[in-house]
Design a protein around this ligand. Sequence first.
Ligand code: 9MG
Length: 255
Amino acid sequence: MGVVNITPDSFSDGGQFLDRGAAIAQARRLAEEGAHIIDLGGESTRPGAAPVTEEEELARVLPVVEELSDLCVSVDTRRPAVMQAALDAGASMINDVQALQAPGAVESVRESKCAVCLMHMKGEPATMQLEPHYDDVVGEVKAFLRERVAAAEAAGIARERLVIDPGFGFGKTAAHNLTLLKRLDEFADLEVPLLAGLSRKSTIGKLTGRPLGERLAGSLAMALLGLLGGATILRVHEVKETRDVIAVWEAVKAA
Ligand code: 9MG
């Protein structure tokens, strides 16, 4: 899954693709490099990001979705109205960092055949990194995802449409993120495909001391650890290099 943020202030590529043409070109480049899914976002969930109105989010995302109708497009949004409009415009997946908890979110996706990513986040983006606490981070994240999968199924969204994501960096310290990554294989018993978003995240900065623009090696190491832990979708900024990691990992598995 290749990331294209159509925002002025996303944590890793804010401002780069706010221009519609640049966002479309970046999506096409990532697809050519081997991304199977393009994840478009019009709202930054970075702590401290300026709030965006629903109208602005729609204006950022919809024209780009419409231009990419030949690709498998995911839209990263928490807003039911944006989900609905994105699906009408041709999106194939909704990536919801709030796991369809907003009122009306389940209804927005239920009638479509789209895939849905249910992600764990503790708290709200603005405050989630203020001393997050867990007694058992793996157990609590798993219990949340189990409950959200059950709620989606009960609402009529078939399990085959669902993807789960522990939400690295969303209300988690570096230590929480590392524990989740080390024990990622424990999510297998939820029997839903696992997405991991580790690319360029602040834990890499913490471990390596590198600023955002210099986290490629750390991101690739994280990608490999995600694969080893059972992730089948990697949400990444650098697709070409991540494809190489996957090629090496697949060759070793097949040897
Ligand atoms: C939107 N977004 C930013 N980081 C993410 C992650 O780790 N997973 C998912 N599903 N979405 C993310």
